[in-house]
Write a protein that binds this ligand. Structure first.
Ligand code: AMP
Ligand code: GLY
Length: 423
């Protein structure tokens, strides 16, 4: 099969790496890819959001399966366009992608189908929103309705912080139209976990659990990022808790969508808070998580291409169960200093080969590019340094051994990835 992967991050490198191991795969293309992906795939000069450019390429090159990484392409309707052209593609269509692209859509769906989540109210007027905040006080959470590159959520400790968030989102319009409506919701407390499933809207197969580290600094301090590291499995997600999440969150959502006439196909990712009243949904993503994917896929023994292909044509029932490596996996993100704000680029990365030589280590590239014989930084999250170990502790130690081999000017990484799992 000829397979096209859309995207350019660590998640896409992990997908390409796993797809390359499939007996079904003959050739991989990646649009646009990065400095690590190009060792396994032919990288294309087509942007992930250029859905008609991608369509033209897929048609011309007779691509058998396209796998979409980022949410933006999904919410632009890449799946609808490919399916119209008779091409197989793994991911939800535009309507289904609203689960991530519109928090209002997602919250209303959850309320209608009794999916446990934080209590909320929707606002389209900043003055009314601010009055409401004065009434309920803090803590509370302010969320922009639309896509905001992972920055659209403010967990406010004080009322004035929440009011400032309303001003920036609705009046200063820092996210443009994505902030026309906002949600103000109850602040939940507990541990977070990421539950990813693959579904064709009838069958659902859970992937291994994972936990992300969203804040930029150790001990969950500093700003929210796309994710600074992940580990799998998340021991906090016991079999009983997983069962509850599947029943109350995953099935109710997929069945609820089906009742609305929306067949969800692809990966569904639920960000869940394990509260003292049980698991509650924080958000849905309509794609693989990043860096969760880097920590999950090295543990998957089954053929991912077979699974994605089956899901994309509504035949997931052909896949019985997935086989997993019982070892733990830890991914430590090496970022450019300054991320998630401004950061320098084009810094040479050293030590990649030394790191990759270590046992059970794979270095996924995120924001890198090849320049001559050198690999340079080109993004905020630069690498996902990943290791397997017989215990979480072993995997942590091995991942950090690999991180120590790597260097670039301004390299920043958290020193406590996975530590929560040891408690
Ligand atoms: P999201 O972009 O919706 O994933 O939110 C980003 C992060 O904000 C989540 O991973 C949580 O840490 C936090 N968050 C979102 N909603 C809530 C909530 N209702 N209560 C507490 N924290 C939240
Ligand atoms: N790691 C969080 C996300 O993929 O959105």
């Amino acid at each position: 099969m000829r397979i096209l992967v859309v995207g350019s991050g660590g998640r896409e490198h992990a997908l390409v790496w796993k797809i390359a191991q499939s007996k079904l795969c003959d050739k991989i293309f990646c649009a646009p890819g990065n400095g690590g992906i190009n060792q396994l795939a032919e990288c294309l000069d087509i942007k992930a959001g250029d859905i008609f450019g991608l369509l033209e390429f897929a048609r011309k090159e007779k691509i058998d399966l396209t796998v979409v990484g980022p949410e933006a392409a999904l919410s632009l309707g890449i799946v609808d366009e490919f399916e119209k052209a008779g091409l197989k593609i793994f991911g939800p269509n535009k309507q289904a992608a609203n689960l991530e692209a519109s928090k209002v859509f997602s919250k209303e769906l959850m309320a209608k189908y009794k999916v446990p989540a934080a209590d909320f109210k929707i606002f389209d007027n900043p003055d009314t929103a601010k009055k409401y905040i004065e009434k309920i006080g803090a803590p509370c959470v302010v969320k922009a309705d639309g896509l905001a590159a992972g920055k659209g959520v403010v967990v406010a400790k004080t009322a004035s912080e929440a009011i400032n968030a309303v001003t920036s989102i609705m009046q200063d319009k820092i996210f443009g139209d994505a902030g026309k409506k906002i949600i103000i919701e109850e602040c939940l407390t507990g541990q977070e976990a990421s539950i990813l499933v693959i579904t064709d809207s009838k069958e659902v197969i859970a992937l291994a659990s994972a936990q992300d580290h969203k804040r930029v600094f150790d001990n969950d301090e500093g700003e929210n990022t796309g994710g600074m590291g992940a580990y799998s499995p998340a021991p906090i997600v016991t079999p009983d808790i997983l069962k509850e999440i599947m029943q109350k969150i995953i099935y109710r959502t997929i069945d609820g969508l089906a009742k609305e006439g929306i067949a969800y196909r692809g990966v569904l990712y639920a960000g869940v808070m394990l509260t003292k009243d049980g698991p509650k949904t924080l958000e849905f993503n309509v794609r693989f998580g990043d860096p969760e994917t880097e920590a999950i896929l090295p543990r998957l023994k089954s053929d991912l291409v077979e699974i994605m292909l089956a899901a994309s044509v509504g035949k997931l029932s052909k896949i019985r169960t997935l086989e997993w490596d019982s070892r733990a996996c830890v991914c430590v993100v090496c970022a450019s200093r300054g991320y998630p704000g401004n950061y320098p680029k084009d810094k040479e990365i050293g030590g990649l080969d030394e790191a990759a030589k270590l046992n059970d280590v794979v270095v996924f590239h995120a924001g890198t590019k090849k320049s001559g014989n050198k690999i340079l930084t080109s993004g905020g999250r630069v690498l996902g340094v990943t290791a397997l170990g017989s215990t979480i502790k072993d995997a942590i130690n091995q991942a950090y051994r690999a991180v120590e081999k790597i260097n670039f000017e301004g390299m920043h990484y958290r020193k406590d990835i996975g530590r929560k799992a040891l408690k």
